[in-house]
Design a protein around this ligand. Structure first.
Ligand SMILES: NC(=O)c1ccc[n+]([C@@H]2O[C@H](COP(=O)([O-])OP(=O)(O)OC[C@H]3O[C@@H](n4cnc5c(N)ncnc54)[C@H](O)[C@@H]3O)[C@@H](O)[C@H]2O)c1
Length: 274
């Protein structure tokens, strides 16, 4: 068989949050490239996603994982090594977003003011989860002097976002962790990179509760919010496709990106709130 340009055949990747949205699109694209894919998610729907992957459940694995729990993450990496004997790529993609205001003068301590529990949940999944997974994966990667860690940040991380301060802060943390881990792990042959998507086609993250909360924090109706997705100034004139994010992840996972390290790629169609 002729080798593809990306030459990802036979490589092993864990995709956290792989049961849905971007993670699922990444898992599908990686499977099409001949990779062995581990879908890691708290959502049992990951088991169903396996059936849709090129190569099916014989080739790929679903591991029920809560990225906020160290034992669960260690189990994820251990099971991966048991089946494939190595780990080449970790995609730190699991994430949540609860739009909330710092203070709501119209409804102090009300439904849409950021609560301590909500803050802790976003930090636990988006930031601590990325740390636990990166640490468990890097322990294996440094042994083989090879590997790639890819963090799913967000354009809001550097730009900030009205009504999403905590979420954006967790994504800014991923920019920083990417740079620092790159400095620590480069000498062991492990690359660390990140992506910062802007507005994409709909995923499970955009629930009715999410839209209601985000619209409220911006003083507009849900209808106006939905229209704003199209109206927002994106130089390419459209929202991004999940498959476009997956293409970038596959490129960064491949040896074609062998000198790319410690940086976060914006994938926003040119949009910046700057
Ligand atoms: N959709 C966008 O427009 C967009 C833009 C920028 C960044 N992102 C980021 O991309 C990533 C994926 O988002 P998405 O839009 O595909 O959302 P999604 O809700 O469709 O997928 C997120 C996945 O993470 C899983 N997850 C949540 N908590 C978990 C936990 N504790 N352990 C393991 N898995 C857990 C969920 O079950 C889900 O399958 C997130 O990190 C998000 O912040 C998304």
């Amino acid at each position: 068989m002729e080798k593809s340009w990306l030459n990802l055949e036979g490589k092993v990747a864990i995709v956290t949050g792989g049961a849905s949205g971007i993670g699922k699109a990444v898992a599908q694209k990686m499977a099409e490239q001949g990779m062995n894919v581990v879908i890691s998610d708290v959502n049992p729907a990951g088991q169903e996603v396996l059936k849709e992957l090129c190569g099916g459940p014989q080739k790929h694995l679903f591991i029920m994982t809560d990225v906020t729990k160290a034992e669960s993450v260690e189990n994820m990496v251990q099971k991966t090594i048991e089946k494939y004997g190595k780990l080449d790529v970790l995609v730190n993609n699991a994430g949540v977003n609860l739009p909330r205001l710092l203070v709501d003068p119209k409804d102090p301590k009300g439904k849409f003011e950021l609560k301590e529990k909500e803050f802790d949940l976003m930090v636990a999944i988006n930031q601590k989860g990325a740390f636990l997974c990166a640490q468990a994966a890097a322990r294996e990667m440094v042994k083989r002097n090879s590997g790639v860690i890819i963090n799913m940040s967000s354009e809001s991380g550097l730009e900030g976002s009205e009504g999403q301060s905590c979420y954006a802060a967790t994504k800014a943390a991923l920019y920083s962790l990417t740079r620092s881990w790159a400095k620590e792990l480069g000498k062991y042959g492990v690359r660390v990179v990140a992506l910062a998507p802007g507005i994409l086609e709909k995923t499970a993250l955009r629930t009715e509760a999410y839209e209601e909360a985000l619209a409220y924090t911006r003083g507009i109706t849900v209808e106006q919010l939905r229209k704003s997705y199209e109206k927002v100034s994106i130089p390419l004139g459209r929202v991004g496709r999940l498959s476009e994010v997956a293409d970038l992840v596959c490129f960064l996972a491949s040896d074609r990106a062998s000198y790319i390290h410690g940086v976060t790629y914006n994938i926003t169609g040119g949009k910046s709130r700057g």
